[in-house]
Design a protein around this ligand. Structure first.
Ligand SMILES: [Zn+2]
Ligand SMILES: [Zn+2]
Length: 296
């Protein structure tokens, strides 16, 4: 599982930073979190696969999070893929999407769905599920979690000792079912161990609110709005953003493992002051930069 940051600036693109987008590469899926202007080019520069994108999770409809959608979708549509793209976003997303594409000739059979999400689980398959929670911003806005399901790993030496062959029996054990072997019942706990699923949470843009802690709880990685340092807390309050310290406080309360700051004001050429501000409340922190890759 790899997470690549494609844009780490807030409103204004700078020479070094594009606005909001991140690409999660997981098994057969490419999941895009936000899609700012220029995202498809960032994907190409990063060497990621546009054709793999199956889901786009939009936090809210401010330009620095969505202006790359038309270009990206037109390109994906031209690839003649067997699958479509599912877009998720907060209340009002269907109308906003329609209006955004209103003036663009989009003559294709390519299947795009738009689903409005609010609070709780909104997608699930065998490997993972996706959750959202409303945030506190100037327009409807949601945070997202990608939650991998716990899975059982087969203990190879225990299996070979018992002489159980590869095949459907191992599949049953991996699913947590007991099997019969040589006239004996084998419980899954005897020959497998549970590997905890990984969790990644994206929170942008917002002021602190109770849902931050709730959705970020026990995340392996929390990627979060950190537009200003504490010195500019008034600006954060005025524009509906978090300071680095507030982001760190959420990470600490939510028991996350790693904190990744993003969505920086263009005034920060150097992001060390943001990291330092966060470190007063949470130690394992890094300021994201465009094309930063995290293996999770
Ligand atoms: Zn923003
Ligand atoms: Zn915003």
């Amino acid at each position: 599982m790899q997470l690549t940051f494609l844009g780490t600036s807030c409103m204004m693109p700078t020479k070094e930073r594009n606005p909001s987008a991140a690409y999660l590469d997981y098994k057969r899926d490419g999941i895009l979190f936000d899609c700012a202007e220029g995202t498809q080019r960032q994907i190409r520069i990063a060497g990621l696969n546009l054709a793999k994108i199956t889901k786009i999770l939009i936090s809210h409809w401010h330009g620095d999070h969505v202006l790359g959608l038309p270009g990206l979708l037109l390109t994906i549509a031209s690839l003649n893929l067997a699958h479509g793209v599912d877009i998720y976003g907060p209340e009002g997303s269907k109308k906003a999407f329609k209006q955004m594409f209103g003036g663009i000739a989009f003559e294709t059979k390519f299947n795009i769905t738009v689903t409005e999400v609010s609070e709780g689980k909104f997608y699930e398959n065998n490997d993972y599920y996706l959750e959202s929670a409303p945030m506190k911003h100037s327009v409807p806005c949601v945070a997202y979690s990608f939650c991998e399901k716990d899975r059982r790993r087969i203990n190879v030496s225990a299996i070979s000792k018992l002489g159980i062959p590869e095949g459907p029996l191992l599949g049953k054990l991996a699913r947590g079912e007991s099997i019969e072997w040589n006239g004996k019942k084998i419980e899954p706990d005897k020959v497998t161990r549970i590997v905890r699923g990984r969790k990644i949470t994206f929170i942008t843009d917002t002021r602190p609110n109770k849902n931050c802690k709730k959705i970020a709880r026990n995340s392996d990685v929390l990627v979060i709005d950190s537009t200003y340092t504490s010195e500019l807390k008034e600006k954060a309050e005025e524009h509906g953003h978090l300071t680095a310290l507030e982001a760190a406080q959420i990470a600490s309360q939510a028991n996350v493992k790693k904190l990744v700051l993003t969505h920086f004001s263009a005034r920060y050429k150097d992001t060390h002051p943001l990291e330092e501000d966060a470190k007063t409340a949470f130690n394992n922190v890094v300021a994201a930069y465009d094309f930063m890759r995290l293996k999770i």
